[in-house]
Design a protein around this ligand. Structure first.
Ligand code: HEM
Length: 191
């Protein structure tokens, strides 16, 4: 039964590859084509095989590229990267970031849930004093990260797909940050 299911899956997959029309179909919620969503989930599946190690590589890259961002992480201010890299707290943050990315990738076909996740992420980062500008650097960080991790499989399609996801991510997170700021102001005005 399992073997039969696998054969059917392979056949369906082949039919999908042979159906360029479907590949080009655009999801009106995310602006992503079917083939772009597939590129996203395939690359993420590959990266997630070593989620712990790769999450550390990613967060380290962010802090190497933008050393001033350490100011947003009060627990590690004044410490060297090599020092805090070994702390369970830092490892836990890195893993949380990648778990959130897994959630985002897995929710690309569930727009309402995706918006909820990203809006909340915007709120949480705003509460920590992280401005949206810090997220505008992510295309650069992801580009460098994938270039080093994916090698030849980091094709123009993969790059373009991820850049689209990051644009969606940042737009909804920014809304989450703005809504949180507005709610806070309203609260203050009613005091
Ligand atoms: C790839 C995009 C990112 C994702 C998916 C992400 C997700 C997360 C998650 C899930 C957490 C821990 C859960 C929580 O307590 O809210 C977290 C914490 C945090 N993130 Fe992000 N984040 C991202 C990018 C950034 C960027 C660009 C910055 C800017 C410096 C940043 C700064 C922080 C800080 C300061 C914390 C709290 C760390 C602490 O507990 O001390 N994040 N992030």
């Amino acid at each position: 039964m399992g073997a039969l299911t696998s054969v059917i899956c392979v056949l369906i997959r082949k039919l999908c590859i042979m159906s360029p029309c479907e590949d080009e179909e655009v999801d009106s919620n995310t602006g992503l084509k079917v083939k772009e969503k597939r590129a996203i989930s395939q690359t993420w599946k590959y990266i997630s095989r070593n989620l712990r190690r790769e999450s550390l590589n990613f967060l380290n890259l962010l802090l190497i590229e933008y050393p001033d961002y350490i100011e947003y992480f009060p627990n590690f201010r004044g410490m060297k990267l090599e020092e805090f890299n070994k702390t369970p707290k830092y490892i836990a943050i890195a893993r949380s970031v990648f778990c959130a990315l897994t959630l985002i990738v897995d929710s690309l076909d569930e727009p309402d849930e995706l918006v909820e996740i990203l809006h909340t992420m915007g709120r949480d980062h705003y509460k920590r004093g992280v401005p949206i500008e810090a997220f505008h650097t992510l295309p650069n960080v992801f580009d460098k990260f994938f270039t080093s991790r994916l090698g030849k499989t980091y094709t123009p399609l993969v790059k373009e797909s991820w850049m689209k996801v990051l644009a969606v991510m940042n737009a909804v997170m920014e809304k989450g940050m703005e809504d949180t700021k507005a709610a806070k102001l309203e609260q203050q005005n009613h005091k």
